[in-house]
Design a protein around this ligand. Structure first.
Ligand SMILES: [Zn+2]
Length: 203
């Protein structure tokens, strides 16, 4: 392994953390994973070698040095997943130099209509399932196909979205009824406001 392979590129593009990680429609677990990924705190082979934890930093699938860039973008396994992802426009990842430079583009991609995914949410789930597939292969000896990994990512993204939509609204506090006075007429009134379609009701 060449020493220059381990050097950190000082001219990496800046990342908009709010737009690129914290505001994405994904679970907190995946946000933390994304944060670690962009901080280069994910123990891929290249980083393990640099920290003298292992001497073999090669990708278990293809034998290339396992950098973050390789594992998540350039490994044939990852490339096949990105090519098959249901983006409206194809994601071409050949010739890219790192994940940060392409991340905003990936987050802005729309999906083909039947997918039912929210804009920007699939790419993080794909990265997560590439990572899970890699760990399954190394630690459990299990191999999953690119199609299975992509299906898992799409399913997880959809399940997250529907779980958020089905979450019940917080209980409404009902004020105590005022005591009714005798020998007088009572007039009850109520009003409601629906923010999503800007409609109001009065009764
Ligand atoms: Zn590989």
């Amino acid at each position: 392994m060449r020493t220059e392979d381990l050097e950190v590129n000082e001219e990496e593009p800046a990342l908009n953390w709010f737009k690129g990680v914290w505001n994405l429609h994904i679970s907190p677990k995946i946000k933390m994973f994304m944060w670690k990924l962009f901080q280069k705190a994910i123990p891929v082979g290249e980083i393990l070698v640099a920290r003298h934890i292992t001497t073999d930093g090669r990708c278990k699938r293809c034998g290339t040095l396992e950098s973050i860039y390789h594992l998540f973008l350039q490994c044939p396994f990852a490339r096949k997943i990105w090519r098959a992802a249901p983006f409206v426009s194809t994601f071409e990842n050949s010739g890219l130099i790192d994940l940060k430079s392409v991340w905003s583009n990936l987050c802005e991609k729309n999906y083909v209509p039947p997918t039912g995914l929210v804009s920007g949410q699939l790419a993080p789930w794909i990265l997560w399932h590439i990572w899970c597939a890699r760990n399954q292969l190394i630690f459990e000896g299990k191999t999953i196909t690119e199609e299975e990994a992509l299906t898992k990512a799409i399913t997880a993204a959809k399940e997250w979205t529907s779980s958020q939509e089905q979450r019940p609204p917080p209980p409404r506090k009902i004020p105590p009824r005022p005591q009714t006075m005798t020998n007088c007429d009572v007039l009850n009134s109520d009003a409601a406001w629906r923010a999503p379609n800007h409609t109001a009701g009065l009764g």
